[in-house]
Design a protein around this ligand. Sequence first.
Ligand SMILES: Nc1nc2c(ncn2[C@@H]2O[C@H](COP(=O)(O)OP(=O)(O)OP(=O)(O)O)[C@@H](O)[C@H]2O)c(=O)[nH]1
Ligand SMILES: [Mg+2]
Length: 397
Amino acid sequence: MVTIIGSSAALRKRKTLKKSLNFTIMVIGQSGSGRSTFINSLCDQLIVEPSSTVSYYTPEEQNLHDRELQLRKSTVELEDGEGIRISLNLIDTPGFGDCIDNSKSFDIIKDYLKHQFDEILIEESKLRRNPRFKDGRVHCCLYFINPTGHGLNEMDVEIMKSLGELVNIIPIISKSDSLTLNELKLNKNLIKQDLDYYNIPIFNFNNEYFNLDESLDDETIELNKYLQKTIPFSIMGSNLTINDLETGELKRVRKYKWGIVDIFDNEISDFLTLKNTLLITHLNDFKDYTHEVLYENYRTKTLGDDEFDETYEEGDVTNSNVNVNDSNLVGTPKQNGNGNGNNFIAKEEQIRLEEERLRAFEERVQKDLLLKREEIEARERELAEIEKRLANENLED
Ligand SMILES: Nc1nc2c(ncn2[C@@H]2O[C@H](COP(=O)(O)OP(=O)(O)OP(=O)(O)O)[C@@H](O)[C@H]2O)c(=O)[nH]1
Ligand SMILES: [Mg+2]
């Protein structure tokens, strides 16, 4: 009997572990801010070539004004000591902040984030779901602030403000080794003040949403307070690992003329805290908040749920997820009069409107797709013409 329970538990565990957790991080920062080095340090392997060893741009694109933001995605499979596997998607943003007018870069990122939400909207509306559908939503965006000692600049404020409602933003001071301990402390305070002053919607570890979780223990509450205080995380990255002769362990270090520094040393860098937060302690919180709050708000906005809510008087239940049979329901539809029967009609009407909007939305997407496909086909035809002409010219020569 015991064996059966044991083996079924083991089987269940193996089944859960077989499926890896899908987690997506976007790293935004100006050229040379250390994004690639950070990605390599986080995954403890070479994922992206750092710019000190490779150039992303063609000779023509070396001119700053010709550079356009690119979104480069890499995926790496990570496994922790307990066999939990994470399929970690990392989106790097080379070319960000290189132009005088960066509004185009902002739009590219915003469109990408929205597109991932749209994909879910469409998938959710399908009668038959695609079992191979891949959720591409970005769960966390690390925004790299240059260690200037001046707090935030205009671009930092603008981009974080414009992305805050689409993604969980965590501000980071990169290359923190270029500041002394005092400068770092001052810089952290200046950034905190700016974040408050400009009311920038960054991720809040103390958010009430997390307090709804009844299993939240004192230890987690303390950890959340500590993490909130640590914002902005100050980190240094490195592409160099060495063997520690004393412990025999592999260490990721920065090497200076005067010696070496372990980038995971908690005394001088928040890297280890950030890594644990991202990949262990808060991975699910980032995912849940993305789905239940950010995506849900986007969905409501896109489908225009407000219309239905407006039929209720002020101070009434404004959430469309209201249970119409709930005796505590205080909402009274203005047009439909009192009573559950009428609430039910209103609910049905809302569903009908939602379905209509979704259909219109899907049509729009399909039309866009068709246009894009036509564009590609036209380009392909042009290319075939050019190839044919070149081949003929070669024959004539
Ligand atoms: N001092 C210091 N240098 C760093 C740190 N992280 C990266 N670097 C160096 O800064 C340079 C740029 O680093 P990358 O990781 O390539 O920066 P990036 O943001 O990916 O750069 P692009 O892809 O060119 O936009 C490299 O020479 C790195 O070795 C750091 O924490 N401290
Ligand atoms: Mg890079």
